[in-house]
Design a protein around this ligand. Structure first.
Ligand code: NI
Length: 174
C-alpha cells in the first residue's frame, strides 16, 4: 500500500471527467487500497474520489463512521461506477475537500439520494443515503465529472470561508 499525492486547485486535471471501470481486476483492488490509505491520511476526510489522485476512473470511497458528531451512515463504502437514481429535497451545508485545502464552502445538495454502484468485484450495490452522507456522495460524484464544491457555491464572496487553521505544507493564497 502507498499513500498517493492529492491534486490540489488550481490543478487543471481536477476538471477532467473520469471513465467507467470495465475491468474488476487485482490492479483495481490494489489501487483502491492505496486510495483508502490516502483518504485516511487526509485530516478528517470522509470521502475521496480517484481523480483526486490523478486516476481518472469512476471510483469513490465514503466513510462517515468516524465523524466527530455521529451521523446516520453505512460505514465504509467503495463505490465503482456510482450513479444517483433518485433525489429528494434540498438543503444548504458546509463542505471541505482535500483538493481545496484553504477553504470550506456552503453548497446546496439533495437531502436524500438513492445510488446504484458496483463493488470492487463487479457486484451490484444500492444504497439510500440522507443528510451528511448523501452530501458526501454528491460531493465525490462531482469529482468524477471534474467539478469541485467551489464551482457550486452560489456566491464566492459570501459562501466561501477561509480555513482558520493552516495545515503544514498548505499554501496560503491572497
Ligand atoms: Ni472533494
Amino acid at each position: 500500500m502507498a499513500e498517493l499525492e492529492i491534486l490540489k486547485v488550481p490543478d487543471e486535471r481536477l476538471k477532467r471527467a473520469s471513465e467507467p471501470v470495465l475491468l474488476f481486476d487485482q490492479a483495481l483492488r490494489d489501487f483502491i487500497d492505496d486510495l483508502e490509505e490516502t483518504r485516511q491520511a487526509g485530516p478528517g476526510a470522509v470521502g475521496i474520489a480517484a481523480p483526486q489522485v490523478g486516476w481518472f476512473q469512476c471510483i469513490i470511497i465514503i466513510d462517515l463512521s468516524n465523524t466527530r458528531k455521529p451521523v446516520p451512515n453505512h460505514g465504509r463504502m467503495v463505490l465503482i461506477n456510482p450513479e444517483i437514481i433518485h433525489w429528494e429535497g434540498y438543503e444548504m451545508g458546509r463542505e471541505g475537500c482535500l483538493s481545496v485545502p484553504d477553504y470550506t464552502g456552503n453548497v446546496i445538495r439533495a437531502t436524500r439520494v438513492s445510488v446504484k454502484a458496483q463493488d470492487p468485484a463487479g457486484g451490484e450495490l444500492e444504497y439510500e443515503m440522507e443528510g451528511f452522507e448523501a452530501r458526501a456522495l454528491q460531493h465525490e460524484l462531482d469529482h468524477l465529472d471534474g467539478m469541485l464544491f467551489i464551482d457550486r457555491v452560489v456566491s464566492r464572496r459570501t459562501d466561501l470561508f477561509r480555513r482558520k487553521v493552516y495545515r503544514k505544507g498548505g499554501k496560503r493564497k491572497g
